[in-house]
Design a protein. Structure first.
Length: 145
């Protein structure tokens, strides 16, 4: 854990990463920037309270690593976001209700007596297609490469 906190504390708040983050570019909100995610991660790993918006921001990170590519401190932001999501789960703050609904939907499909495997894989396929479409959309806007 100290390794993660060392990484977080290495941030000098130079703000270079903000300009390349697709979630910040789309929303224009500091809440959805790499720097804010680091601040939230710090709170999480130090046992402090985090609010719903902070949790949402950690889950909205696309883990595209664009922030890491420009960070002069080589802060491993995507790794910190990933570890933060695990920490949210440990503290009973994640996954979000909408994630649970998707998981429940997949389980329900997989356990149906008829067409179970077919329906489950169809749902997974739809989810994957949605992600691919989002990536294509962001690429089209030159928000990711
Ligand atoms: S990994 Fe991508 S989406 Fe996540 S904070 Fe970094 S630039 Fe933003
Ligand atoms: S680029 Fe690195 S050091 Fe600068 S604000 Fe972002 S995470 Fe912090």
């Amino acid at each position: 854990m100290s390794e993660i906190l060392d990484q977080i504390n290495s941030c000098t708040e130079c703000e270079v990463c903000i300009e390349v983050c697709p979630t910040y570019m789309v929303t224009g909100q500091f809440l959805f920037s790499p720097m804010h995610r680091l601040k939230t991660a710090k709170k999480l790993f130090e046992g402090e309270e985090v609010d719903e918006q902070m949790i949402e921001s950690l889950y909205n990170c696309a883990e595209c690593m664009r922030c890491e590519a420009v960070c002069p401190e080589e802060t491993e932001i995507t790794k910190i976001v990933g570890r933060s999501r695990s920490k949210l789960f440990e503290r009973g703050l994640g996954p979000l209700d909408k994630h649970n609904k998707v998981i429940e939907g997949i389980h329900a499909c997989m356990h149906k007596k008829h067409h179970s495997a077919k329906n489950g894989w169809l749902l997974i396929h739809i989810i994957c297609m949605s992600c691919c479409n989002l990536i294509t959309f962001l690429k089209g806007l030159n928000l990711i490469s």
